[in-house]
Design a binder for this molecule. Structure first.
Ligand code: SF4
Length: 348
């Protein structure tokens, strides 16, 4: 029997105590569904989608601010796809656009700079949302804007970092047995960060890639490490111990640590990044955007912390579907609810 077949057999036939492993990366959430991984596991191994989808963890105050800006004369909000359909406390950016707000989709981040140069008569606000993976991109946009002397482009930042929210999950729940460390984030931070976190939290961490075989091997590694502060980097082709120092240097030139509000979890100290004081002329009012008023009946808060499975939300598949999303976790292709819906996955 080859190694993969052996791992599959071990995962399928596992009959020990119940195991709950959390992934904190939206791309892992999508890859797990796409590869049908839950069906290959014993009913005693549970995969939980944690707070790894940037759009899902963005609080409504940020959406509200973007909607407000889009309705401001001569101000144009620039955003990537998923965010446009997420509801704020009153409306989404798509609603704002339908009511005459200026909202434009971006396909490449540098287009923001190009647009600002081409239309100097307009003010542009780039919705800068994401984790360690995308913050360097916003730093590059800012660098280019400054280099070209652009004065009509600002960022509305809602940037977050992983270690603090993982600590929050560990301190506020007692039902996680290990983490699939985020693959993309690890490329930037380096695997060392998650090794240290494993030791600090006395919890197994495995850095995994996004192929089905790699995910199965990583889950098997977590199963073997259960109960220990073990660590494995199983994505060594891409993730190095120290990560991408150049990307981190670009980030530290423009951004600094700050407290950040997460949907369903509230304010988590030191879990965000904001523009440094010397670059505040490029900020579009990102400070103090902490309020979170989820749509009535939406259980995203419980889903994001693993308290319930998406299909346990009373609105799942009834009042909430990818065609007509009620909450943020059903909007994004990286959202837990979206992935449960499209793959037909259920709690197990
Ligand atoms: Fe929110 Fe919809 Fe998910 Fe329920 S199914 S938690 S309403 S996104």
């Amino acid at each position: 029997m080859d190694k993969l077949e052996y791992i599959k057999e071990q995962l399928k036939n596992y009959d020990g105590e119940e195991l709950r492993f959390m992934e904190v990366c939206g791309t892992h959430t999508a890859a797990i569904s796409e590869n049908g991984i839950p069906n290959l596991l014993s009913p005693k191994i549970h995969l939980i989608s944690g707070p790894g989808c940037p759009v899902c963890v963005t609080v409504t105050a940020v959406i509200d601010r973007l909607c407000e800006l889009s309705m401001t004369e001569n101000t144009y909000v620039l955003t990537f796809g998923d965010l446009i359909r997420v509801r704020g406390s009153k409306m989404s950016l798509a609603d704002a656009r339908a009511e005459g707000g200026h909202v434009e989709m971006l396909y490449s981040p540098m287009d923001a700079v190009k647009m600002a140069i081409e239309r100097k008569d307009r003010n542009y606000v780039f919705a800068a949302i994401g984790f360690e993976t995308t913050t360097p991109v916003y730093a590059m946009v800012l660098e280019e804007a400054i280099r070209q002397g652009v004065r009509n482009l600002k960022l509305l930042t809602s940037l977050k970092t992983m270690p603090e929210v993982i600590r929050w999950v560990c301190n506020n729940t007692d039902n996680i047995d290990g983490f699939l460390a985020p693959g993309h984030v690890s490329v930037v931070t380096g695997s060392k960060l998650f090794k240290e976190l494993s030791e600090e939290l006395d919890m197994p961490f495995v850095v995994a890639g996004f192929e089905g075989q790699g995910l199965l091997a990583a889950i098997y590694a977590l199963m073997k490490l259960k109960g220990h502060s073990g660590f494995k980097n199983m994505y060594k082709s891409v993730v190095t111990e120290n990560g991408n120092g150049e990307a981190r240097r670009a980030v530290s030139k423009y951004f600094e640590k700050c407290d950040a509000s997460w949907r369903g979890m509230g304010l988590i100290p030191g879990s965000g990044m904001r523009l440094k004081e010397e670059f505040l002329q490029f900020d579009a009012g990102s400070y103090g955007l902490d309020d979170d008023h989820m749509p009535p009946g939406c259980s995203c808060a419980k889903v994001l912390t693993g308290e319930i499975s998406p299909d346990e939300c009373p609105l799942f598949g009834k009042m909430c579907s990818p065609q007509d999303p009620h909450g943020a976790c059903m909007v994004s292709t990286e959202g837990s609810c979206y992935n449960y819906f499209i793959s037909g996955r259920t709690k197990r």
